[in-house]
Write a protein that binds this ligand. Structure first.
Ligand code: HEM
Length: 229
């Protein structure tokens, strides 16, 4: 076993998870106000509309498929018929491509709009760039190393299970092509930088909005400043 493989596929994933949990919890309890996506909607809305919603929908479906693949019993039965596997692979690649384009829209919006540039921190830039690379590499893998939904179950899944059991078995991943390894490590890199950026909002998705009473907003300024009815 090469030292570099141990560093990349054993040490790095554990450090990423530890950072995500410890720094994430620290920030949640000691800097609660910052636990948000810091909406920039009031600074610019048009490009956000075309970028944000489609990007989130595409990514949620892609990540849901990544997670579903971990339930190998269910997943292998699900993708067994080619009538499901083929459309699924094509749909995944199309969603991946659309996620690259829509994140590109969001990136350019942040880059070109001086007001949004001002509210973007260095870690946020790093996050967007790593996300872009992760998506682009994912799409490359999906297009050029076909049937990833299948071999994922025999490479990534046993490797991650072995890490979770604290019995690392890196032989499942070390002999893969380097671009696939890059994508696997990219997932952990995102985990490592997540607690330092606005990505923390993914764990405080405002689910309580579904059942909390609606909010009544009453203008509390003099009548002549209030908006016309
Ligand atoms: C350790 C974590 C991860 C592993 C093991 C992994 C593995 C894979 C594999 C095997 C594929 C090829 C699927 C196929 O050919 O159908 C893929 C595709 C893809 N991945 Fe990941 N991935 C991980 C994390 C992520 C993350 C965090 C993102 C996004 C932020 C992401 C975005 C994508 C995209 C956009 C595609 C192409 C579309 C698709 O086929 O679903 N991946 N990933």
């Amino acid at each position: 076993m090469r030292t570099v493989d141990i560093l990349l596929f054993v040490v790095f994933p554990y450090v990423s998870v530890a950072l995500a949990v410890l720094v994430g919890l620290y920030r949640y309890f000691f800097d609660r106000f910052s636990f948000s996506s810091f909406s920039s909607q009031f600074l610019e809305n048009r490009a956000l509309f075309f970028g944000s919603a489609p990007w989130h929908y595409a990514l949620l479906i892609i990540l849901a498929a990544h997670i579903a693949g971990m339930f190998t019993g269910f997943w292998s039965r699900f993708i067994a018929p080619p009538s499901r596997l083929y459309p699924l692979e094509a749909f995944g690649a199309a969603l991946g491509l659309s996620s690259v384009v829509t994140l590109g829209v969001l990136f350019v919006r942040r880059l070109l709009n001086p007001r949004i540039r001002k509210v973007t921190t260095l870690p946020d830039w790093l996050l967007v760039i790593v996300l872009m690379l992760q998506l682009a590499v994912g799409v490359y893998v999906a297009l050029f190393y076909r049937w990833g939904s299948l071999w994922y179950m025999y490479t990534a899944v046993p490797w991650m299970i072995s890490l979770a059991k604290f019995q690392p078995a890196i032989q499942y991943v070390t002999s893969l092509p380097w671009i696939i390894k890059l994508h696997y490590l990219g997932g952990f890199l995102l985990l490592a930088i997540f607690p330092f950026t606005r990505l923390v909002h993914v764990v405080v998705f405002p689910i309580t909005y579904l059942w909390r009473p609606y909010q009544v907003v009453i203008w509390n300024i003099r009548r002549r400043f209030a908006p016309a009815r």
